[in-house]
Write a new protein. Sequence first.
Length: 413
Amino acid sequence: MRKNEQKPFQSPYTHKKSGKIWLPKNYINFSKEKNRFILIIPQEFVTIEWNKNESCGFMENKNLIDLEAMSVEQLAKIVKKAKKIMQSPADYRHACDGKILATLFYEPSTRTQMSFQTAMLKLGGRTIGFDNPMNSSVSKGENLKDTISVISGYADIIAIRHPTEGTAMAASLYSEVPLINCGDGGHLHPTQTLTDIVTLSCEKGRLDHLKIGVCGDLLNGRTVHSLIKTLAKYEGNSFVLVSTPELCVPLYIIDILEKNGCAYEISNSLADAVTDLDVLYMTRIQRERFKSEEDYQAQKNVFVLDREKLDRAPQDMIILHPLPRVNEITVDIDDDPRALYFKQAQYGMFGRMALILLLLQDEDFLIPARETQVCDLRCNNPKCITRHEAYLPNLSYEKLGMRMCEYCDKRID
Ligand SMILES: [Zn+2]
């Protein structure tokens, strides 16, 4: 690699309509000099001037940060591939021979990490990584950029989980290999929704015209928000939102339902809601999100799916749960054929196998990125990764006339 050599820049990603230069996000790096990006193209190093008020024009990439970026066609492609793998797993046993998946888990999530590891092993690949940053260089104070720069030189694909919002997006700026968000704080967890989508498609045969009941902590449950946002893209889906007034869905979710023309009801009775559903999606009351133990105790056992309530439900309704369960579904229901939450976890593994394959092997499987700008304002969300990693550039995008943080999706102006 030749360093800092000036040469006229020719990108293979010039946008056809605008003539602007577009680049996959993981080819870009940011210099300290104002208004100047260093673009890292394989085999060469190019510096070009860039007006910082202009769009950076990141067009598409191989990183799964937010499932919302994916089109309905891309989701269908993942589901189709997952089904093919389920039908003939032997055909895929060597699909990723010689490839390495790195699982970087800065907070423990045994289930998600094992699901990814198993997915890669079943494809013939191998895995490296950590589930406790205290056992890695991170404990010596290594920043995210350095960790990702090193690991992306070892691995062919990275799966990352971190307690801080926007970390996966930040990591993707410095990764030279595809990167998958396995959860960034309370922000996003796209592969859980992928799991739900694969399960629904396999068990109900469709992703549209479903009546879905969601129950539990609808305020803090990111899996519920992501599922509703994704299913709202499909025609004819309707929702029954079952929660206490304290834990009802945030207003922006209601806005999305209304914008997409989805019918919805707000209910405070699981027993009533359950009588007329295709899908019941139960969630745990998230103890760690409450200010006091007293507040948690007041909410924890309000909605419990038990045998008596399930007897009122249609025979073809399916029960899903992102797990772990606390006590919102009684154990005696586990043997009911409608209880699919353990099978759902297995579908998740197949969904992850499909995702890994498409990201590594399908050149056309590119995930569209937002049009991003470098801005002067720093995000002031205390949970945002930009508050912890000072070198990160201030990146933002526009939504309804407002400037939003590219990392954590909170408003910054
Ligand atoms: Zn932010």
